[in-house]
Ligand binder design. Structure first.
Ligand code: ADP
Ligand code: ADP
Length: 245
């Protein structure tokens, strides 16, 4: 079962100021991501990892500054003609900067917010919040303020918020880049625990994760996609790392 499919995906950033040249951040990307895969997205800075993550979610904040070409389908739906609310049912998105994606007064509000925006019955809310925080080992922090948390704890809350709507796929854009080694380990262990739980439920979570710290993919990723200058340079198992040296 294909969860995300891109065909000839291109992305151009137009200059925001005169005299700047446009940047072709992605070119001709054809990818098909199958249910249950853990896909590691690697490549040097500027290769297009962030842009690809953003394009895969279809939730494109910077549509005005970029021009997409080709198609992206999430669960068969063309992201260009599918509303953000509908897409957010299928894709969870976690960004690099832990602080910029948490904006509520408490941890529980961060998790409640996506549920409320989808009109979930308030009587179910409590159990869903506990469950999502349990999945990332953050239940004890439910009533804390996000600003009191460490970077690793913030990212785990962001993952819980992305997960609570039970999306088909989780897209993470360098979620550990801003973290120290402890935070990095916490985030990866949280992803392991999510994969285990979802596999037990018979619905393995599909994960697409961009990362500079590629050692975190060892023993975890089923597939490595290497980007270079906006194109797919290699796509396969762990042997992809050998082609990059
Ligand atoms: P990566 O995540 O692999 O570092 P990015 O997707 O962030 O790559 O960037 C790909 C290319 O697009 C780079 O050349 C980068 O400078 C450029 N780029 C990214 N965001 C913007 C933007 N908002 N405006 C202009 N150029 C951008
Ligand atoms: P990442 O490590 O995720 O690729 P970057 O450091 O490339 O992040 O970019 C950080 C932010 O700056 C992003 O919001 C990106 O869109 C923006 N950005 C990156 N390159 C450019 C650029 N050449 N011009 C304008 N904005 C850019």
């Amino acid at each position: 079962r294909t969860v995300i499919e891109t065909q000839g995906l291109g992305w151009r950033y137009d200059p925001s100021r005169e005299g700047q040249a446009p940047v072709q951040a992605l070119r001709g990307v054809d990818l098909s991501i199958e249910a249950g895969q853990f896909v590691g997205l690697v490549g040097p800075t500027g290769a297009g990892k962030s842009t690809l993550c953003m394009a895969l979610t279809g939730i494109v904040p910077s549509l005005a500054e970029g021009r997409m070409s080709g198609t992206v389908r999430v669960m068969g739906r063309d992201t260009r003609t599918t509303g953000v609310v509908e897409l957010s049912r299928h894709v969870g998105y976690v960004q690099q900067d832990p602080e910029s994606q948490l904006f509520c007064a408490s941890v529980e509000d961060e998790i409640a917010f996506p549920l409320e925006s989808r009109g979930v019955d308030p009587s179910l809310m409590d159990a869903l919040i506990d469950d999502a925080l349990d999945a990332v080992g953050m239940r004890a922090f439910r009533r804390r303020q996000p600003t009191q948390l460490s970077g690793g704890q913030m990212q785990r809350v962001a993952i819980a918020a992305a997960l609570v709507g039970r999306p088909d796929v989780l897209v993470l854009d360098e979620p550990t880049a801003a973290l120290d080694p402890d935070g990095r380990r916490e985030v990866m262990e949280a992803l392991d625990s999510i994969r285990r739980r979802e596999a037990q439920g018979g619905r393995p979570m599909t994960i697409v994760m961009a990362e500079q710290h590629t050692e975190c993919f060892l023993g975890r990723a089923d597939r490595i996609v290497a980007l270079d200058r906006g194109g797919v340079f290699a796509d396969g198992g762990m042997e992809v790392f050998d082609t990059m040296r």
